[in-house]
Design a protein around this ligand. Structure first.
Ligand code: UD1
Ligand code: F6R
Length: 734
């Protein structure tokens, strides 16, 4: 995932060399998160100019680039604001122009580092292109930098020299999606803006003197008209933003930028019950000092600020940190930190506390988690949401996969679809094959890449070959891709890593946007691949009236998945206990599933094998009686998927075959399922209850207990979960 770091010194003299070293070291502390390129922006030699240095690859490559550019390290700055970034590509492959900081123009008037995704960047880009802006990168971030300049310029032309935070409010009115961002500008020397929505951002404060208070007041729009412009401000569409009294209070209703509040706090365009009327002067802090940074005698206090997306890069410098909340606009200038918001909301806090971090560095990198694998399992409510973000309209039950849209007519004409992948990625194909066939009415085959190549399987020009890969670099999958390209097939990628070989070589595809996966065992990539494939299948059928009801049910089911995954994660204590008791010291574990849950069984068994080194086998429940049943006795541990779908009676009968042979299965079932509740009492059977969803999505929830189980089995054996023996994260050899 991308990382942000910023450093501001005020009345603390620093050489440019020291400032660059602080920024680069801040980035090094973010390295563990995974990234593919880096960059910094600092003051240049000309007055109010900005110097940007960026490079693809690791921070070490950035250091070399800095040495090559060779800026004078000895120049000193009494006050300065520098910003830096590690990028994990989502928009545009890793190359120098796509690295952050991104800029508004060749003079670097506005320079931005950004984490997150701007979902309406295409619309913004079109608007800005029409205004004559020239884009140099493929990033969504560049449109934010250009938007800053555009709004600055048009307001300046209309006689407004806006505060940096007021300008930021106008920019945020226009952008949709998620962001954590820092902005510096030659128009606002030694100032920096930090703002966030759905992406973390915190500010570390370091000062010799004790802060007067350990909080910062939140500042709301000036209700008293003090210092208000006489003429209305201008929005990106060129329209005036104003109300009767010229209060520029902005609403968060981005779809309707003309909706605004009047001075009484009532909506003039639309009604918003969350807004409180604000008495004139009540919160008029705009021109007051931020109390925390006032010195006793009123003289300026030397102070340093460290801004970051992650406490790990700040803790070395200071343990005093303030966490920004969504929609906060932090404005740092003259040694003060101000927090602005566009409007007051009922019950919202009026201050942000400056907390003391008690954690040590290693703890912070993995948050409260012991391993990356555990962290990534717990990230799934967020990563599954991010896969769908900006792509599903839950109100209108429609899907928009930008990377596939133009290709859908060609894909619909295909005679067959071949899905090709390895390992966990192969399992995500198996998990979605049935719904793909049901919705698209095109036969789908699922292939292990190595076997597909070994067989030299015939491929035709009218075949659609779908390649699924977390890393986008797996050699077997890549070779299979080349093989199908040579035969003229249309190739589609379902890939996590933007700019990876598979993402670039395929004709089209979908980035799953799960964020970097660091633990060797694939967890959050599986659930995101699964969702991406379901969205693909839904897109293929959006012209079929006969599928309307089914599609709506699936889309509404997808909407609930992130919160349902969160619910499943609550099973951890029970799973942990099972791993320490019933499943401890076992040699083998069978996992039974059928229909949609066969893939869950295979994926669960793979997780258990690779992480805990315990033999485990995923068994198609219908095959039990054809051989595997011979293994079953009262000692063999067994897990069965017994969640409800049309195959439930058959699953029930398979599990009865097991209990009849004195087997004691652990059944993953739906919450409060009476059949299992009764069996749990009458037979020796344990249950792990998960919420119910649409049949074809149930595997998204059912896999989570097995991810947790593999994790705890391994931890109990003292295995280094993130680096299991003999395995590598990216298998780039055949
Ligand atoms: C884009 C944004 C996304 C945003 C959405 C909202 C990009 C990179 N992504 O998604 O963050 O939420 O708009 O409208 O702009 N591709 C391949 N092979 C692959 C994967 C992707 O060729 O394996 C291609 C796609 O065909 C597309 C491009 O890469 O041309 C970007 O794909 P993707 O990130 O999925 O873009 P969108 O779905 O358009
Ligand atoms: C298992 C695992 C592997 C990968 C496989 C394919 O946890 O991670 O089985 O799924 O090596 O890798 P990608 O998805 O990167 O092509």
């Amino acid at each position: 995932m991308c990382g942000i770091f910023g450093y501001c010194n005020y009345l603390v003299e620093k050489s440019r060399g020291e400032i660059m070293d602080t920024l680069v070291e801040g980035l090094e502390r973010l390295e563990y998160r995974g990234y593919d390129s880096t960059g910094i922006a600092i003051d240049g030699d000309e007055l109010d100019s900005t110097l940007i240095i960026k490079q693809i690859g690791k921070v070490s490559a950035l250091k070399k680039e800095i040495a090559k550019v060779n800026p004078n390290r000895d120049v000193t700055f009494v006050s300065h604001c520098g910003i830096a970034h590690t990028r994990w590509a989502t928009h545009g492959e890793p190359k120098q122009v796509n690295c952050h900081p991104q800029r508004s123009d060749p003079n670097n008037e506005f320079v931005i580092v950004h984490n997150g995704i701007i979902t309406n960047f295409r619309e913004l880009k079109t608007l800005l292109l029409n205004k004559g802006y020239k884009f140099e990168s493929e990033t969504d971030t560049e449109c934010i930098a250009k938007l800053f300049k555009h709004l600055y310029d048009i307001n300046y032309q209309n006689g407004h020299e806006l505060d940096f935070h007021e300008l930021t409010k106008l920019v945020l009115l226009e952008i949709e999606g998620s962001y954590g961002l820092l902005c510096r500008s030659s128009h606002y020397p030694n100032e920096v803006i930090a703002t966030r929505k759905g992406s973390p951002l915190l500010i570390g404060v370091k000062s010799e003197k004790k802060l007067k208070v350990d909080f910062v007041d939140v500042e709301f729009p000036d209700e008293s008209n003090l210092g208000r412009p006489e003429t209305p401000l201008i929005a990106a569409n060129g329209k005036a933003i104003h109300s009767d009294d010229n209060n520029i209070t902005v609403t968060t209703n981005k779809k309707n930028p003309d909706a605004f509040l009047n001075g009484n706090g009532h909506s003039s365009g639309s009604h918003d019950d969350n807004l409180l009327p604000i008495a004139a002067n009540e919160f008029n802090l705009r021109y007051s000092q931020s109390r925390a940074f006032l010195s006793e005698d009123g003289s300026p206090t030397p102070v340093e600020f460290f801004l970051s997306s992650d406490a790990s890069s700040v803790i070395k410098h200071t343990k005093k940190v303030l966490f920004l909340e969504d929609d906060d606009i932090a404005h740092i200038y003259d040694g003060e930190l101000h927090i602005h918001r566009s409007r007051r909301e009922v019950g919202a806090s009026m201050t942000r506390s400056i907390q003391t971090l008690e954690m040590e560095l290693a703890q912070i990198m993995k948050g409260p988690y012991k391993h990356f694998m555990q962290k990534e399992i717990y990230e799934q409510p967020e990563s599954t949401f991010n896969t769908m973000r900006g792509r599903i309209d839950f109100e209108n039950n429609s899907i928009n996969l930008g990377g596939l849209k133009a290709w859908l007519p060609a894909i619909r004409r295909a005679r067959r679809i071949i899905m090709i992948a390895c390992g966990t990625s192969y399992h995500s194909c198996l998990a979605t094959r049935a719904i793909f066939e049901e919705l698209s009415e095109i036969p789908v085959s699922v292939e292990l890449a190595s076997d597909f190549l070994d067989r030299k399987s015939p491929v035709f020009r009218d075949d659609i070959c779908v390649f699924v890969s977390q890393s986008g670099e797996t050699a077997d999958t890549m070779l299979a891709l080349n093989y199908t390209l040579e035969r003229g097939a249309l190739t589609v990628g379902i890939v996590n890593t933007v700019g990876s070989s598979i993402s670039r070589a395929t004709h089209c595809g979908v980035h799953i946007n799960a964020g970097p996966e660091i633990g060797v065992a694939s967890t959050k990539a599986y659930t995101s691949q699964y969702i991406a494939l379901v969205m693909f299948a839904l897109s293929l059928s959006d012209d079929r009236v006969s599928k309307l009801e089914r599609r709506e049910a699936i889309i509404q089911g997808l909407k609930l998945i992130p919160s349902q995954v969160k619910q499943v994660l609550k099973l951890e204590p029970k799973i942990k206990e099972l791993c320490a008791t019933k499943l401890a010291d076992q040699k083998s574990l069978l996992i039974l599933g059928r229909g949609y849950q066969f893939a869950s069984a295979l994926e669960g068994a793979l997780k258990i094998k690779e992480i805990s080194y315990m033999h485990s086998e995923g068994v198609l429940a219908g095959e039990l009686k054809h051989g595997v049943l011979a293994l079953v006795d009262e000692n063999l541990p067994l897990i069965a998927f017994g969640t409800r779908d049309s195959l439930f009676p058959k699953v029930l009968s398979s599990i009865e075959q097991v209990t009849a042979r004195k087997g004691h299965p652990i059944v993953i079932c739906n919450e409060n399922d009476e059949v299992w509740m009764e069996k749990a009492v009458n037979s020796n059977l344990e249950t792990l209850e998960v919420p119910q969803t649409v049949d074809c999505l149930q595997g998204l929830l059912n896999i989570v207990p097995l991810q947790l189980m593999s994790y705890w089995l391994a931890v109990n054996k003292g295995i280094d979960v993130d680096f299991p023996r003999n395995l590598a994260k990216s298998v780039t050899v055949e």
